[in-house]
Design a protein around this ligand. Structure first.
Ligand SMILES: [Zn+2]
Length: 421
């Protein structure tokens, strides 16, 4: 594959490949009326971004260029966004219940569908995702990641975690019946925990996802799954393989154990006490709150029953973490709701008290830091080519993230248009 090529996606209609762009060895020039500055809080005006192969090689005043390859006109250009918590192998629960997806659908069909989810993700301006569990679809996330890297499929850069690890008897469908397939890899005891980490690493996982707490029965309260020394063994085995750990945890004790064991991120995390939040801040553990999935589940339930309490609890948890100075990364848990609506997470972050600039940072610089990807999250010389062209100012109204006019990223030198022309 020629890594020299640049992909441009223009969002508006049906997907169609138009044509290749010019000689890939020649620098590409992209004029931006406004480009988000490195501080993430201001705009640089009348700028040309110069790219070569998949890299940004210069950021220059537009006055230096008589002509450019593409002029984005009156638009706001931001770095490509990152979602730290996706499930590309799931479709929204209001289209098909999670149990049915795990039990009644083939991995082959789910993988083909995930390819479309990847396209929808990219159109929405999200150029990279950390996919946190295939939910019964084995190692299909690694297959999709490699297909995208090989140019066989269009989608975001994927950091895969494969199957996720949970204690036996704690995860659906039918937690107590070992004969029923499960949505994650179930283990009991340290030896199986270490085996599972090694197997997932060998299959291509770049992160290990563990459920540090969960409910045993549908509708029940969450309880810690693993003992602290079991979680420590999991982190130890992952570290030996060079992999960081993401821990699903909603209860204070589950979060506390995951933090002490060495998890890098806490997913959801609404139940953390002040002491646990302090431990997160001191150890630089990042909170990924998944506000959008929480809202979606409540909406899908028709805003009825005890589930509605989840909204307030998640909001309060997020606000406590924000006040405590915990670093917060953008992860939506998309898959529970429609792929391409990832920006809902940032809208809720702002609704719950972040500034638009803080929310943008959570999906750019902060998220890139979590992934250890210094070449993502900012448009500057030396970074990878990846940016999003918006029709409105997201620092004024974060809802501007819904007005994606174009997405430019590394990859094939194809011009893809959705207007059917
Ligand atoms: Zn999730």
């Amino acid at each position: 594959m020629n890594s020299a090529r640049t992909m441009v996606l223009l969002a508006c209609g049906a997907l169609a490949v138009l044509a290749g762009t010019a000689n890939a060895q020649r620098p590409g020039t992209w004029r931006c009326k406004r480009l988000l500055a490195e501080d993430g809080r201001s705009w640089r005006e009348d700028i040309v971004v110069v790219t070569l192969l998949s890299d940004i090689v210069a950021i220059e005043p537009a006055s230096k260029h008589e002509a450019v390859d593409r002029d984005f006109g009156d638009a706001w250009v931001i770095p490509g966004l990152i979602d730290l918590h996706t499930h590309l192998l799931l479709k929204p629960y209001d289209q098909m219940a999670w149990d049915d997806q795990v039990l009644r659908e083939t991995t082959e069909l789910r993988t083909l569908r995930a390819r479309v989810h990847g396209i929808d993700t990219l159109w929405a301006g999200f150029v990279a995702v950390r996919d946190l569990g295939t939910e019964g679809a084995g190692f299909a996330d690694v297959a999709l990641q490699r297909a995208i890297a090989e140019g066989l499929a269009t989608g975001p850069r994927i950091w895969a975690s494969t199957r996720a690890i949970v204690r036996r008897g704690w995860y659906g469908p039918s937690p107590d019946d070992p004969a029923v397939p499960k949505g994650a890899q179930t283990v009991e005891g340290e030896a199986e925990i270490r085996d599972a980490v090694r197997a997932q690493a060998a299959a291509g996982a770049q992160w290990i996802k563990v459920y540090a707490d969960y409910r045993k029965q549908k509708g029940g309260a969450a309880e810690p799954t693993f003992a602290l020394d079991e979680l420590a063994a999991l982190v130890d085995e992952a570290t030996k393989a060079g992999l960081p750990v993401a821990a699903h945890a909603t209860t204070d004790e589950g979060i506390r154990r995951a933090v002490l064991a060495g998890a890098r991120t806490i997913e959801h995390g609404g139940g953390a006490s002040e002491a646990t939040l302090r431990a997160m801040r001191e150890r630089a553990v990042v909170l990924v709150p998944c506000l959008a999935a929480n809202e979606a589940i409540v909406l899908q339930a028709g805003r009825k029953g005890p589930i509605v309490d989840r909204l307030n609890a998640a909001k309060a948890g997020f606000q406590r973490a924000l006040a405590a100075g915990v670093t917060i990364g953008c992860g939506s848990d998309v898959g529970v709701f429609r792929h391409g609506d990832n920006a809902r997470e940032l809208e809720l972050m702002v609704a719950y008290g972040m500034t638009p600039a803080q929310a943008l940072a959570s999906a750019t610089t902060v998220a890139a830091g979590v992934l250890g990807a210094a070449d993502l999250g900012v448009v500057r010389k030396g970074a990878r080519c990846g940016f999003v062209v918006l029709g409105a100012d997201p620092l004024v109204d974060i809802g501007a993230l819904r007005q994606v006019r174009a997405v430019v990223r590394e990859g094939d030198e194809l011009w893809l248009r959705r207007d059917g022309r």
